[in-house]
Design a protein around this ligand. Sequence first.
Ligand SMILES: O=C(CO)[C@H](O)[C@H](O)COP(=O)(O)O
Ligand SMILES: [Fe+2]
Length: 215
Amino acid sequence: MIHIGPSLLAADFSRLAEEIGDIEKGGADFLHLDLMDGHFVPNLTFGVSLVAALRRHTALVFDAHLMVEHPETYIDALAAAGVQYVTVHQEACPHLDRVLQQIREKGMKCGAALNPATPVSTLECVASYLDMILIMSVNPGFGGQQFIPYTVAKVGDAAELLENAGNTAAVIEVDGGITADTIGHVTAAGATWLVAGSAVFGRADRAAAIAALKA
Ligand SMILES: O=C(CO)[C@H](O)[C@H](O)COP(=O)(O)O
Ligand SMILES: [Fe+2]
């Protein structure tokens, strides 16, 4: 079952509530929220207060992708803001196990994200209790980049890792450069949650854009 999550990063920041309404009507399955701090990645986006303000405007599942250092300091506020999925970068977490437990204890689903050059094997010890593995198919920090083809094999590695851990509930998400041309490669490898920024918000007809990705 394919889930499409438009990334708010590519929306018109001067009209966010309207933009979210548009993709919700257009068939989006979740809303992907890219929090960047200008340190873990060389870009700055928005913080938890914006996420909390948007919560009042939509019933979509909120999927927060934390591209920040010290993600553990954001967890309580994200829970209070009504976020359902919180994904932290393996590379940003020397205490990954602790942060994942912290997310779970707050009643949210926990995910671990991997930069393109980080192998899936780094998640072996936490594979049994992850709710999501996020395979980055671009280097994080910016929307509108080209899909990196070698990351397709990592989707297969993630599927194998979850299977070996007996974790049938976790989902594999892919983020970056997802278009109607690239999506089939990652879904064939086992991804079911697909983030699409420019491929949805970059088009005038968002319902048609989401339908084209699902097709
Ligand atoms: O995490 C991200 C970037 O770091 C974004 O979610 C991603 O880039 C989506 O944008 P696009 O679909 O345009 O590539
Ligand atoms: Fe993202």
